[in-house]
Structures are given as structure tokens and as C-alpha cells.
Design a protein around this ligand. Structure first.
Ligand SMILES: *[C@@H]1O[C@H](CO)[C@@H](O)[C@H](O)[C@H]1NC(C)=O
Ligand SMILES: *[C@@H]1O[C@H](CO)[C@@H](O)[C@H](O)[C@H]1NC(C)=O
Ligand SMILES: *[C@@H]1O[C@H](CO)[C@@H](O)[C@H](O)[C@H]1NC(C)=O
Ligand SMILES: *[C@@H]1O[C@H](CO)[C@@H](O)[C@H](O)[C@H]1NC(C)=O
Length: 150
């Protein structure tokens, strides 16, 4: 009687274990956050000089092919992109992906160039556990104007 029950239940256990293993592998996210400034280097000035931010800018993540993710900066120049690491493993993202600000700098300051786009590689700053989620935090390593873009 008991052995019959085990035989009946075994496939259910197997399914449950397989499901929880698959789930465990997906419980990670890559979070990319940063602030874009309205300057040729897109970065904050040294020693707290108050460089204005770049609001309403389109920030795109590219990895050598089509755009992978998009975000817009808010009025504080802040943007946030969340990526599922299963199609985009962290090592690939760090080595192959760049953030491109696909809005010309002249949009935030008419004396800045209309040609070229700000581009930044990504930098790993650590990871945060939020419940079962392991969130890997990346930031722009530093934006620079690239004239061959846009
Ligand atoms: C970036 O540009 C701003 C404005 O031109 C300047 O104040 C700042 O020093 C520059 N930052 C770096 C790291 O070059
Ligand atoms: C922009 O987003 C950041 C992060 O969510 C937030 O702290 C900031 O207040 C926002 N700025 C505006 C002007 O909404
Ligand atoms: C616009 O950019 C120019 C050149 O970098 C700078 O001198 C000027 O202060 C900027 N204007 C504003 C309103 O930020
Ligand atoms: C979270 O993910 C990062 C990057 O993939 C990894 O280095 C770290 O060990 C993970 N942390 C935990 C608690 O699993």
C-alpha cells in the first residue's frame, strides 16, 4: 500500500524538484542604473562642480547587435534598466555591451554638439539580495562623446 503511494507520488516529486531547480537558476537580475549629465563627457564634474543633468534622454543598451533595452532619463537625469541574465550572461554584458545616449547633447544645451552620441561601457559595483532575488548592480563606467555614432 505504502509503496504504491510512493510510486504514484514519485513523478510529482520529480516534477517539483525539476521546477524548483529551473526557478533557482532564473532568480537573478541585472540592474543598470546611472545618471546622465549634460556635458561632453556626460559625467559629473570633479570635486562636486554642479554639471547640469540630461533629462528626457533615450538611453539604449547595445551589445554589438540590435538594441537590447531602452530607458529614458527622468528630470534628475536618472535612468534604470533591468535585464534578465539568462539570455544576457553577466560576463557578456560586461565585455560586449555599451550604453548609448541616443539623444543629441544639443537637446539639453544648444551650445553642445548635435552630432555624435555619449557612450559608456559598464562597470560592476556589486550585488544585492532582495528576498530570493540576486540583483547584480552595474553602472556606466563613464560617458564620452563618440562622433562616429548617431
Ligand atoms: C566633464 O565635463 C564637465 C563640464 O564640461 C566638467 O566640469 C568636468 O570636469 C568633466 N569631468 C571629467 C571627469 O572630465
Ligand atoms: C528620478 O529617479 C530617481 C530614482 O528613482 C529618483 O530618486 C528621483 O527623485 C527622480 N527624479 C525626479 C525628478 O523624478
Ligand atoms: C552649455 O554648455 C556650454 C559649453 O560646455 C557651457 O559653457 C554652458 O555653461 C552650458 N549651459 C548650461 C545652461 O548648462
Ligand atoms: C549574486 O550574483 C553575483 C553575480 O552573478 C555573484 O557574484 C554572487 O555570488 C551572487 N550572490 C549570491 C548570494 O548568490
Amino acid at each position: 500500500m505504502a509503496s504504491k503511494l510512493i510510486i504514484l507520488l514519485f513523478p510529482l516529486f520529480a516534477i517539483a524538484i525539476a521546477a524548483s531547480t529551473a526557478e533557482a537558476q532564473q532568480l537573478g537580475l541585472i540592474s543598470i542604473q546611472g545618471t546622465v549629465f549634460c556635458a561632453l563627457n556626460g559625467s559629473i564634474g570633479v570635486s562636486g562642480t554642479s554639471t547640469p543633468v540630461f533629462p528626457n534622454a533615450l538611453v539604449q543598451l547595445g551589445c554589438g547587435g540590435p538594441v537590447v533595452a531602452n530607458a529614458a532619463t527622468n528630470r534628475s537625469g536618472f535612468f534604470s534598466i533591468v535585464l534578465n541574465p539568462s539570455p544576457f550572461p553577466l560576463s557578456n554584458v560586461l565585455s560586449r555591451c555599451n550604453l548609448v545616449v541616443n539623444t543629441p547633447l544639443s537637446t539639453c544645451n544648444a551650445t553642445l554638439p548635435a552630432v555624435g552620441r555619449l557612450l559608456s561601457p559598464l562597470q560592476l559595483v556589486g550585488s544585492t539580495l532582495i528576498g530570493l532575488l540576486n540583483v547584480t548592480n552595474l553602472i556606466p563606467a563613464g560617458f564620452q562623446l563618440r562622433l562616429n555614432l548617431g
